[in-house]
Design a binder for this molecule. Sequence first.
Ligand code: NAD
Length: 513
Amino acid sequence: RCRIKDAARASCSRVYVASTVKLFIDGKFVESKSSEWLDIHNPATNEVISRVPKATQEEMLAAVDSCSRAFHSWSETSILSRQQIFLRYQQLIKDNIKELAKSITLEQGKTLADAEGDVFRGLQVVEHACSITSLMLGETLPSITKDMDTYTYRLPIGVCAGITPFNFPAMIPLWMFPMGMVCGNTYLLKPSERVPTCAMLLAKMLQDAGAPDGTLNVIHGQHAAVNFICDHPAIKAISFVGSNQAGEYIYERGSKNGKRVQSNMGAKNHGVVMPDANKENTLNQLVGAAFGAAGQRCMALSTAILVGEARHWLPELVERAKALRVNAGDQAGADVGPLISPQARDRVCSLIQSGVDEGAQLLLDGRNVKVKGYENGNFVGPTIISNVTPGMKCYKEEIFGPVLIVLEADSLDDAIHLVNNNPYGNGTAIFTTNGAAARKYSHEVDVGQVGVNVPIPVPLPMFSFTGSRGSFRGDTNFYGKQGIQFYTQIKTITSQWKAEDATLKSPAVTMPT
Ligand code: NAD
């Protein structure tokens, strides 16, 4: 039963007040027959707002069978018809952006403005998917020999599956099924069990946009659902975004079963601050990128390296972080919302304590923050730890909370050395007014996404999301040209049309030269 409280209910819209999250199988939103259910909490209050099932084996089989059946007709549907569906879809998402954002804030906790950004960045991928008619073009080479031409088709691969994390309930599902489906694949989505409602709203909108039954199926669950996806032979490709623990496991298990797997994982993103940087701009960017979304972004700038004299900027950094308002995400003026769960909060607090125990300096401590009216929420206020060294636990682990750790370096070379010795390679940024320093950093740093005076350099969808090293497993990245490659295979056709008088007179038994 839905035990949502009046205050939270008032900020809900009609769709997600439902007491249980449905499965989406073969075009129908159905109640699971599972005996195992998980509670979904509002992170600002810890009240239970609904329940999500762990789908049964029969339900998961029904979902993948539906994808397999739909693939026959969907893959043969004209590319222009598929494009039209996604053109309608992007409009529906735009029309419902506020409703989607509310569902995100309720289940995930981020502020409403940030939740709209979550939808918007996913919407951009849907918009890009609408260019599919040029993205899917093959190649041709006429006259490779007399009367012979070679050309390629880019074709779908079959049933694809997506497994998503809690921190971007709209953007990350939208990195996956629109790209996969517009290429002609059918799609099985397993959203994060902690924030499933936004994915269900997105599934409903896709159905309303005209996607035929079975082209998208949604199941829910945890490990059993993930193992099912890794093992089912009809599933040809898996897109995963989440932690290293899950991502490396899924990459290995899925690959062993002969599937394509792309796995975007954890991060430790460094912001290198040169003493010549524009101070005002840099400090604001650092604070926004470290504490926005309560630090629960894979591209959060969680680690600052202050080079040379920039070390004197610390007191001002602390003042700006202190000024951020911690509050429930649906409250006006909130800058920093709650963490996803009490366990996440405890973990973040213990990592802060580990820094103190290992000799770092706690310049700003957000552990005892009190939010009036939301005393049971999972809040941690902005926290800054300085004098951190690479051997400390708070440096080695992804904190995934509103915590900025600060290291110092004497030179740009020292800073690059530090960043390149960290196992993760998701994102990084340099703040400087010196073009030569910016160029040197961009070229020498071994990280997949680099910002120059841009704190969170997430590429737009005409490019790809190119996290590297410990932040990625696979060889083809999400969205952009690489996303199309991931969701397609190439067929190469060599054809000869000879005039009659050029007919072979005897069998050709040697390789053609
Ligand atoms: P998570 O790994 O706990 O969960 C992600 C998905 O995997 C969920 O659907 C979950 O059900 C499943 N899962 C969880 N544990 C599993 C296990 N042991 N075996 C199999 N499946 C499992 O991640 P999360 O906490 O939801 O998300 C936060 C993490 O995601 C952070 O590490 C963050 O950096 C990362 N992330 C990375 C990117 C990126 O693009 N690199 C983007 C967003 C988030």
